[in-house]
Design a binder for this molecule. Structure first.
Ligand code: COA
Length: 261
């Protein structure tokens, strides 16, 4: 389905982003990935090649515009103009706002929000126009306030507004921009950091209307959809892949009260 296409995934060397890169590799795309850690890049490229894909890796911190420019130019030299750009580099740690130094807050804003801007801003000239699809990997924190996540909430709300404003600015050139919002996805770094205990996972699953955590492959499937011709009239969308979790709903808010009744 993506034979002859170049898919670039920023942050595509672990977790959901690597799963998305692998999904496109299985669908026949040439895939480029980059992140900060050289050994993760090498391992990701190996996994993508094992799937039969032509894979290219680069090392850059999305907080550094010059490094982003260089890594994008290398990827384009390897695989040509970019048909699908996925921007997913992210950082997170749980802490109350009063436990965050300005540098801690800036670390997450710098990676998630400014990093997304750098990737999109400097990839634009390399996008195949018309026809390119841009996917920003967001998070439910963009629209669900969450304690211990002030930095991520602020950053991802900004990411979704970048999605919407750039969908407007770049639509006339035939570039679609959408956000994919993974909910509670099993086996990810984020989940490992937040939920160590299996009982916590079970309790979380009960708050999801579909009654289970999601899988990385389920995020990849939606990324493939958003990049495909089937989504050719979809732009500026913020699409949760979360089994309905971010609906919240009174039953979740009332769960502890109802449990006592
Ligand atoms: N609580 C409070 N502050 C914290 C913290 C925590 N758990 N973890 C890091 N910080 C602070 C640091 O103390 C530092 O602030 P300081 O300069 O005032 O001491 C600031 O955050 C930056 O930390 P540093 O380790 O220098 O930044 P980094 O750029 O190397 O790392 C992070 C970025 C902080 C986001 C780190 O968690 C990271 O690399 N994460 C990547 C993986 C990840 O988060 N995956 C999950 C994605 S959902």
């Amino acid at each position: 389905m993506f034979e002859g296409k170049h898919v670039l995934v920023a942050g595509g060397t672990s977790g959901i982003n690597l799963g998305i890169a692998e999904g496109f590799a299985r669908a026949g795309a040439a895939v480029s990935v980059f992140s900060r850690a050289e050994e993760k890049v090498a391992a990701a490229v190996e996994r993508l090649r094992a799937l039969g894909a032509s894979a290219h890796g680069g090392v850059a911190d999305v907080r550094r515009p010059e490094a982003v420019k260089a890594v994008l130019a290398d990827a384009v030299a390897a695989h040509g103009l970019i048909d699908v750009l996925v921007s997913g580099a992210a950082g997170n740690f749980p802490a109350p706002a009063l436990g965050m130094s300005p540098s801690a807050f800036n670390a997450v804003i710098g990676i998630d929000l400014n990093g997304t801007f750098h990737v999109l801003r400097f990839a634009y000239e390399h996008l195949r126009k018309p026809g390119a699809a841009v996917i920003n990997v967001s998070a439910p924190q963009a629209f669900m306030p969450m304690t211990f996540q002030a930095h991520v909430c602020a950053a991802k709300a900004g990411v979704d507004m970048l999605t919407r404003t750039l969908a407007m600015e770049w639509g006339p050139a035939g570039v679609r921009v959408n956000s994919l919002v993974p909910g509670p996805i099993d086996g990810t770094e984020g989940m490992r950091r937040l939920l160590a205990d299996p009982a916590q996972k079970e309790a979380l699953a009960k708050t999801v209307p579909l009654q289970r955590l999601g899988a990385v492959e389920e995020c990849a499937d939606v990324a493939l959809f958003l990049a495909s011709d089937a989504a050719r009239y979809v732009s500026g969308a913020v699409l949760p892949v979360d089994g309905g979790w971010s609906l919240g709903g009174a039953h979740v808010a009332m769960a502890s009260v109802l449990a006592t009744g």
